[in-house]
Design a protein around this ligand. Structure first.
Ligand code: PTJ
Length: 249
């Protein structure tokens, strides 16, 4: 693995790439995950590679939903497991949300490896290897767990494909997504769209969960009621406009 100097101007981006490549090498991330990361990077560049104010608002609303949920689930794929395993474990342990491994390019071997990987980082409740229930989708993301996504009222789905997001909404669940592309079907369909890099969003959400965990139900409801997803999507697109305009000579 190439050694990256901390004073390299693209240090964070290069380290993140290495995490995804490591994920592929240890068999938790699919090869397609490399391409997905590249697409994410391009949008992150346009957004300015920081957590915007509107993304922070979405992250707070997401945590309010998770803390108020009866059966919250954090759905994890190969990219999420490679990029932020410790923060996913912390978020699950703090909020009580179960982690369910759900893969687009599903293999039993990769599911087992991801479960082991997350447990190594301290995750206590990880499921996904039974696949004992389904939702109507024409690909393997439709294979879910009876005690997980099937009965969930709130599902956090980082780096999602639009199909499943739309189906989960159709099934009456509240869906929180993390996707850097504000124009994706996923972002457009979600209850709460976090337009941020998962490498910033999940660590932020761990801190927010620690802060909101002891708040009263009505305070959490206030956060949810003050939220409008269409406004958040417009803010992300405005941010991209602003950044592009600043590049004009
Ligand atoms: O592990 P698997 O088999 O479930 O496969 C996972 C991937 C990510 C390969 C699969 O879900 C996939 O192909 O995803 P897509 O359709 O490429 O969508 C990924 C979305 O996530 C795109 O809209 C990207 O912009 C966005 N994205 C990529 N990297 C990041 C990201 N969003 C936030 N943070 C990132 N680091």
């Amino acid at each position: 693995m190439t050694i990256i100097s901390k004073d390299h101007p693209r240090y964070i981006s290069l380290v993140t790439r290495n995490k995804i490549i490591d994920g592929v090498n240890i068999g938790i991330t699919s090869m397609h995950g490399l391409i997905a990361q590249g697409r994410g990077e391009a949008f992150d560049y346009l957004i300015g590679e920081h957590t915007t104010e509107s993304a922070m608002h979405a992250q707070r609303c997401a945590i309010a939903y998770i803390l108020l949920a009866k059966n919250p689930i954090i759905s994890v794929n190969g990219n999420a497991a490679a990029l932020v395993p410790k923060d996913i474990a912390d978020l699950s342990n703090i909020t009580g949300a179960i982690i369910e491994i759900n893969l687009f390019h599903r293999s039993e071997e990769r599911i087992e490896k991801i479960i082991k990987h997350l447990k190594l980082y301290g995750a206590k409740r990880v499921i996904g290897n039974k696949g004992d229930a389904t939702i109507p989708l024409k690909h393997d993301r439709g294979i879910i767990e009876k005690e997980g996504i099937k009965i969930a009222d709130v599902v956090l789905v980082p780096l999602e494909d639009g199909d499943r997001c739309e189906m989960l909404i159709k099934l009456g669940k509240k869906v929180i997504t993390i996707d850097l592309n504000p124009m994706s079907r996923t972002a457009q369909a979600s209850t709460v769209s976090i337009i941020n890099n998962i490498t910033r969003a999940i660590p932020d959400m761990v801190q927010i969960a620690k802060e909101l965990k002891h708040k009263e139900k009505n305070e959490l409801m206030e956060i949810i009621n003050s939220y409008g997803n269409n406004i958040i999507l417009s803010c992300a697109i405005d941010e991209i406009y602003k950044n592009l305009n600043e590049q004009k000579k």
